[in-house]
Design a protein around this ligand. Structure first.
Ligand SMILES: [Cu+2]
Length: 134
């Protein structure tokens, strides 16, 4: 019991916003998760999510050009809100310079998934990361 409380707290810290709203036990309320895309990195680089928990993922592009978050295996193992389906094309979400995209989803399958930006050479410059679902 105590262990589970500690783990929950750690994940809330990762989100970095609205800790008060996420204090109710795991359930229907979507937890906000912010990911910044820059030249050439994801921040945070390693995401930690819980299966069955609803998240509102917000991607913010602070780079000097377009970026995307490509994670086809993760999205295939995830229930994406029907209203956000159009944002997700071919397992990736494009975010133009200075723009942001929000996707509501629930990770379904436990695993460790790779994410990267598929723009030319960006992954090679370090624009990669992982999404761990437990
Ligand atoms: Cu990129």
């Amino acid at each position: 019991m105590k262990t589970s409380l500690i783990i929950t707290t750690a994940v809330i810290c990762l989100c970095g916003s609205a800790p008060a709203a996420t204090r109710s036990s795991a359930g229907s309320q979507a937890k906000p998760v912010n990911i910044v895309l820059s030249d050439f990195a994801f921040t945070p680089q390693n995401l930690h999510l819980h299966h069955g928990q609803a998240y509102q993922i917000r991607l913010v592009n602070r780079g000097s050009g377009g970026h995307n978050l490509a994670a086809p295996e993760f999205f295939a193992a995830t229930q994406v809100s029907p209203g956000d389906a159009a944002t997700l094309v071919g397992g990736r979400i494009e975010v133009g310079k200075g723009e942001s995209r929000t996707v509501s989803l629930i990770p379904v399958t436990v695993g460790r998934y790779r994410m990267s930006c598929t723009h030319f050479l960006h992954a090679g410059f370090g624009m990669t990361g992982t999404i761990t679902v437990d």
